[in-house]
Structure formats: structure tokens, C-alpha cells
Design a protein around this ligand. Structure first.
Ligand code: ADP
Ligand code: GN1
Ligand code: MG
Length: 374
């Protein structure tokens, strides 16, 4: 076998690669993608007959996922379930859901000396991942997430582990923010009174969806919980969303949160860490494109109350994400990967600007749902 070339000279990655039997020559691995949590690499091999074969190698963040073995059980359960449904519907499970490559000793994943879990997956070729949306792409991702929701409607939810406890428990996110604020370990609170006030003023909002769940208005479903545009692979030829990826937080949750997190991340034209807030604007036309696609694909599995609460899902996921970024900033940036100091604060500021826009356009958001959800 040729020498493994890992550009960032990571000996752990070299050791992980050695646990797998690759086709012919292993050329190396390079960091890949824009995720904030896991370590993702693209692995390149050269088969004897020519061309290249690619794989995705991922090391799961122990800081985010304290029980990666349980996470991998979920991953296998969900992808096997989807594989059966895709096959039954005449689709191609090797393109429409994720698969695992086994290690040399027949395991589904590799655990390194620190306890970190690594998985290897075939690279789904002729697809693209987008960081920002056009209406067509956004609608394509909406159909993919809506279909995902629909296909998992009869998944045995009680068999799923909660990979991150209280992940979209917005009340708990608020409480953790208050703890970080009171501890203020890095003396950062004094410079951000405006952002702190923004969160404190919205304490009651943090209970809206959870109260509806407690009241029995909203059902628990199997949801993805991280429905960013870049978590859908788009086919380069058809421009359709063919595969929902990043299944690590797929567990019981609220459909309105899956809708909401997509709107949070995709219904705008700015970077998540844009510093110039005049460029950060919620785009109602993108919201409409997403709503149309999502409801078309998932509608028959959603109740009237879920439809009513969709705009709240968007507001709450955006507020919650801003709270999480600000909490991590106060705590010293241990959860979300950062490329520069203050990035989590910049991220929080964009989310709060988007929340403000949504608050102002809330009636229009409800009208769009009524237009497609009738
Ligand atoms: P993270 O949790 O860090 O966001 P993801 O699972 O979303 O990690 O993967 C990061 C990126 O890697 C994706 O945005 C996508 O570009 C790419 N990717 C992941 N899995 C595959 C795959 N099986 N085939 C092709 N690209 C993939
Ligand atoms: C993280 O892993 P990635 O980049 O797809 C985070 C999401 C946040 C998102 C903000 C497991 O998603 O919850 O909404 O960053 N994932 C986890 O961009 O915490
Ligand atoms: Mg991702």
C-alpha cells in the first residue's frame, strides 16, 4: 500500500485509515465540508483499473455526543429502515441514504485510543452540497427533508437513543444561557449587553413549542433536528435533493423544529457569521419556496396544529441557535468549532437579527403556510 498522505499530518487519522481495507492504492485524506461539530475528511483511493474512488471519514465529536456507540446504533437503525423503504419504492438506497464501510475486523465503526468513534461511508458521487440557497435549491432541500419526515413516520421511535439530551429543549437552552451568563468565566458579558437583553426579553417565547407539546397539541415524531441546507446532497444533474445526511441528531422531536431549522439557516442570503447586519435579512420568498416543498412532501403526515405552529418553529429554532452560540461564546467556545475569536458572537448576532425580522413578518409567514397547507 502507498504511504498515507494526511496533509494536516494527523497521526490519529492515519491510524484510523489503517483500520480499513481500501480498494488498491490509498492516496490520502483531506479535511472536508463546513460542519461545526464532527471532523470530516474525504479519503481518496486509486483502483488498479484507473479513476478514483472516494469515501467520507468522520470522527464524532465527543464534546457534542457523549455516547457515540448509541449514536451509531441509531444511525444503523435509521439507514437500514430507510434502505428497505427506498428499495420498496424502486429507488437506489446507495444514493438515497448513507451506508457504512466495515473495518478490517468487521465492525461498523472504529474507536480510537481516546474513545473517539470514527465511521467511513462511501462518497455519494455526482452530488453537491450548498452553503446558501436559491429558491429552486431550497425547495429541493425542503422536499428531501419533508420526504425524510414522511418516510420515518412509522419508525419505532422508542428504539432511538437521545444522542444529545435536551437538544431542542429551548427552555433548557435558556437556562444554560443564564448559568453561563452568571458564571461569565471569560469576562465577556460586559461587552454584549444588547445581545444579553435580547435573550432575556424572550424567556416566555422559549416555552411556546414545549407548552404545546405538554398540552398534547403537538405530537412527538422521529425528526432530523439539524436540517441545514448543507445536510442534503443535491444531484448535480437533476438538481433534486437526493440524500439527507448528518443523521447524528435524528431522534424523537418536533416536526416544526425540522421546518424551523431549515428556515433559520436557509431563508436568507448571508453567512451565518456575517458581521455586517445590514446584509442579514430574512427572505420571505425563500421561506415560501421552502414551505411549498416541505408541505408537498410531508403534508399528509402533519396535523393541522403542526401546520399552525410552523412559523413558530422558524422563530424558535433561530432564537435557540442564537442562544446556543452566545452561550458557547460566554463559556469560551468549547462546543462549536471557531475559525477566529468572536465568531460565536458574530453567529449569535445574525440569528438575533433574523429573529427580529421574523417577529416583524410573522403574519405573512402564517399566510404562506395557510396558502400551501390548506
Ligand atoms: P457535520 O456534522 O460536521 O456537519 P456532515 O455529516 O454534515 O458533518 O458532513 C460534512 C460534509 O461532508 C457535508 O456537508 C457534505 O458536503 C459531506 N458529506 C458527508 N457525507 C457524505 C457522503 N456520504 N457523500 C458525499 N458527501 C458527504
Ligand atoms: C451544528 O454539525 P452541523 O454544522 O451540521 C449543530 C446544529 C446547529 C448548527 C449551526 C450536533 O450543525 O445544531 O444548528 O451547527 N449541530 C449539533 O450552524 O450541535
Ligand atoms: Mg452537517
Amino acid at each position: 500500500m502507498a504511504q498515507v498522505f494526511v496533509p494536516d499530518q494527523d497521526p490519529v487519522v492515519a491510524q484510523v485509515l489503517a483500520a480499513y481495507a481500501f480498494p488498491d492504492t490509498l492516496l490520502g485524506a483531506v479535511r472536508y465540508g463546513h460542519g461545526h461539530i464532527n471532523d470530516t475528511f474525504c479519503v481518496l483511493c486509486q483502483p488498479r483499473e484507473g479513476g478514483t474512488v472516494r469515501f467520507i471519514l468522520q470522527g464524532l465529536s465527543l464534546a457534542a455526543f457523549p455516547n457515540p456507540q448509541e449514536l451509531m446504533e441509531n444511525f444503523i437503525g435509521i439507514t437500514s429502515f430507510l434502505r428497505r423503504k427506498i428499495l420498496a419504492g424502486g429507488g437506489d438506497p446507495l444514493r438515497e441514504t448513507l451506508s457504512l464501510v466495515k473495518t478490517r475486523d468487521g465492525k461498523d465503526f472504529y474507536t480510537d485510543a481516546t474513545g473517539k468513534v470514527w465511521r467511513l461511508m462511501p462518497f455519494i458521487e455526482n452530488t453537491q452540497c450548498f452553503q446558501s440557497a436559491t429558491p429552486e435549491l431550497f425547495e429541493a432541500s425542503a422536499r428531501a427533508f419533508g420526504r425524510f419526515q414522511y418516510m420515518l413516520r412509522d419508525y419505532p421511535a422508542q428504539t432511538l437513543h437521545e444522542t444529545i439530551v435536551n437538544f431542542h429543549n429551548t427552555e433548557d437552552r435558556f437556562a444554560k444561557f443564564v448559568v453561563a451568563l452568571e458564571a461569565d468565566k471569560h469576562n465577556r458579558a460586559r461587552d454584549i449587553p444588547e445581545q444579553i437583553r435580547f435573550v432575556l426579553d424572550r424567556k416566555a417565547d422559549c416555552s411556546v413549542a414545549l407548552q404545546a407539546l405538554r398540552d398534547g397539541k403537538l405530537p412527538l415524531r422521529v425528526t432530523h433536528n439539524d436540517t441545514k441546507l448543507n445536510n442534503v446532497l443535491i444531484d448535480r444533474d437533476t438538481r433534486q435533493g437526493i440524500c439527507v445526511i448528518d443523521l447524528d441528531t435524528t431522534m424523537p422531536g418536533l416536526s416544526i423544529n425540522d421546518f424551523g431549522d431549515s428556515i433559520r439557516s436557509g431563508a436568507n442570503h448571508c453567512r451565518e457569521d456575517e458581521k455586517d447586519l445590514t446584509k442579514v435579512n430574512f427572505d420571505l420568498a425563500l421561506y415560501e419556496a421552502y414551505t411549498r416543498g416541505f408541505l408537498e412532501a410531508a403534508q399528509s403526515s402533519l396535523t393541522p396544529a403542526e401546520l399552525d405552529y410552523l412559523p413558530w418553529g422558524a422563530r424558535l429554532m433561530t432564537l435557540e441557535c442564537g442562544i446556543r452560540f452566545l452561550t458557547d461564546y460566554l463559556n469560551g467556545d468549547h462546543y462549536f468549532h471557531i475559525q477566529y475569536p468572536g465568531q460565536n458572537l458574530d453567529r449569535a448576532r445574525t440569528q438575533f437579527k433574523l429573529v427580529t425580522d421574523m417577529e416583524q413578518q410573522f403574519d405573512a409567514m402564517a399566510a404562506v403556510v395557510a396558502k400551501y397547507g390548506g
